[in-house]
Ligand binder design. Sequence first.
Ligand code: DQA
Length: 147
Amino acid sequence: MSNPVYILNGPNLNLLGTREPHIYGSTSLAEVEDMCKARAKDRGLEIKFHQSNSEAEIIGWIHEAINGSSGIIINPAAFTHTSVAILDALNMVKHPIIELHISNPHNRESFRHHSYVTYAATGMICGLGVNGYPLAVDAMADLLKDL
Ligand code: DQA
């Protein structure tokens, strides 16, 4: 069995479902995790799904993923726009990295238009709501198949 795909979620995503539902929808993060698990099972992947409001904890999971994962799907949330430290950690990862956003940061405030994480990302999915999560699992399965 190959290593799991890490799915990492940044700050405030623990409140998904109740947090600004007009932007992020009404599906909870636990439901999103179930959606990812179901799609991963279909695609023969194992996932490890995490969320933290702490930059340090997210960096710890990325370090773990350097040797312990086959790829990373990351919604860094607000750290997308601020964290050189998360970028530096992702730059050590040799596996595919998918940057994921529920909303489309490019049609929102200008401070959301810049992403540090993009420099390390193989590709990005954004603006498709929580459906972006299972799509990212599919995209990761396709990327890993082609390796
Ligand atoms: C987000 C977009 C970010 O700009 C924002 O800070 C988030 C969520 C998204 O999933 O759309 O917390 O990453």
